[in-house]
Design a binder for this molecule. Structure first.
Ligand code: ZN
Length: 436
């Protein structure tokens, strides 16, 4: 039972007051308090909260363990930042570094009400260990990326793809909170045969294929010269888009590229804050959405944002869409919120995430309404307007993942924050020294 329930469903329903019945990690029923009162049976329990109950937010593009590199390489454009600062440091990462980087991120994410992240990073077992221990949910797409050149017989990407397959065999579905996909970094870092091989393996497993695409303005140049088409055109022609595909950033797309996204059902992880901070560009969000492309919001890594606060992305997505279109009605509040909830789940191919509906995961957040951000509250639609335009992550008080409490009264129950901060501090210092 809650003062309000905002299920983030298609009609934009608001129940004031409302209630959610949860059983075995799933939502059973959602509705006004009157309709659910007395309906609890065996194995069903009722959660009572103050404030508004929403689905947990879904972050569709993240490299969370990069908490280790927060504030590193500031003010560089993307490619120089990657090649001169990040990759040399990442070549020295240990499994324990990734575990602690992810653990610190998990505390931050959960306290902000982000219950699911789609991760692309290295040391996938350590990353999964941290997610399982923190009680959060993740779609882990281990990176296919060569940080240092080595001489070996088989193409380097084949080994990486095989190891992801092995990881998937061992850990996909673990704790009911881990899903495994494939994360070939980008078309400028993984040669076309590697992208095709990763896509074929992902398709064989019906796993998510997650890459960076069209993030910088000149990304197509080498592909046009070598393959005779834009990256999007060539990947589509080679069957790379035939399965579950999530293309992060997707800024520099031609009209034909946009049509290909729609035609091949390529989903987009839209990262407005990272795109702005690195001056990468402003993505054609309304052009994608008007074509019916599935879109979710992502923070990108905490070294290019620099936090994991998806609430900021919601508001920035609406603001940037309005600036780009010159239209104060572009991306209304409910549509902006959808990009971090139901729409984000759909962009991952996960309709059980980001929505409170029968059968969905009982990932929920309570948002305090006892704040100036929610005054005045004249009708239900104003509640959604306030959630987007005047509320923020600071109002998230309680969080559940699969019905299990992980944040209570703004305190993360699953992560020892002081310990995690201390570990990341010392590990970040070591990584900064070995690469300089
Ligand atoms: Zn990224």
């Amino acid at each position: 039972m809650a003062d309000a329930v905002v299920p983030c469903d298609v009609p934009g329903t608001v129940f004031r007051p409302g209630a959610v019945d949860v059983s075995e990690g799933r939502v059973m029923r959602v509705g006004p308090v009157s309709s659910l009162r007395g309906s609890t049976g065996e194995g069903v329990r009722e959660i009572a909260v103050e404030g508004a109950l929403l689905p947990g937010l879904v972050n569709t593009h993240c490299h969370s363990p990069m908490t280790l590199f927060r504030g590193t390489g500031e003010n560089l454009p993307l490619l120089r930042w990657l090649r001169e600062v990040l990759w040399p440091r990442e070549a020295h990462l240990t499994d324990e570094d990734v575990y602690w980087g992810m653990t610190l991120a998990a505390e931050e994410l959960l306290c902000f009400g982000v219950t699911t992240t789609c991760e692309m990073y290295f040391a996938q077992d350590a990353l999964a260990d941290a997610v399982v221990a923190a009680g959060s949910r993740a779609l882990i797409t281990p990176a296919v990326l060569q940080l240092t050149e080595t001489d070996q017989g088989a193409p380097w990407w084949s080994e990486a793809i095989a190891s992801i397959g092995d990881f998937s065999d061992r850990r996909d579905g673990e704790a009911g909170r881990i899903e495994v996909g494939f994360g070939p970094h980008a078309a400028y870092t993984v040669p076309l045969p590697g992208l095709i091989e990763a896509a074929e393996e992902a398709q064989r497993r019906n796993a998510l294929f997650h890459l960076h695409l069209a993030e910088t303005e000149r990304e197509d140049d080498a592909f046009v010269a070598e393959h005779g088409g834009t990256v999007t055109e060539v990947l589509a022609d080679n069957g790379v888009f035939d399965g579950r595909v999530l293309a992060a950033h997707s800024i520099w797309l031609s009209e034909r590229d946009l049509d290909i996204y729609a035609d091949r059902d390529v989903a987009v992880a839209h990262c407005p804050q990272s795109n702005a901070k690195l001056a990468s560009g402003m993505a054609p969000l309304m052009g994608l959405m008007s074509r019916g492309v599935r879109v979710g919001l992502g923070t990108d890594g905490p070294a290019s944002n620099n936090d994991l606060d998806l609430w900021e992305e919601i508001r920035l997505a609406a603001m940037m869409a309005r600036l780009r279109e010159g239209d104060a009605a572009a991306l209304p509040a409910a549509a902006a919120l959808d990009l971090a909830t139901r729409g984000a789940g759909l962009s991952l191919g996960r309709p059980d995430l980001g929505v409170l509906a029968p059968g969905s995961r009982a990932d929920m957040i309570a948002v305090s309404l006892d704040d100036p951000a929610f005054v005045p509250l004249l009708d239900d639609s104003m509640l959604v307007e306030h959630l987007v335009w005047s509320a923020s992550s600071r109002l998230v008080t309680d969080v559940w993942v699969g019905g299990v409490p992980v944040v209570s009264d703004r305190h993360c129950l699953t992560v020892d924050g002081a310990h995690a901060r201390s570990e990341v501090e010392s590990r970040a210092r070591r990584l900064a020294s070995v690469s300089s």
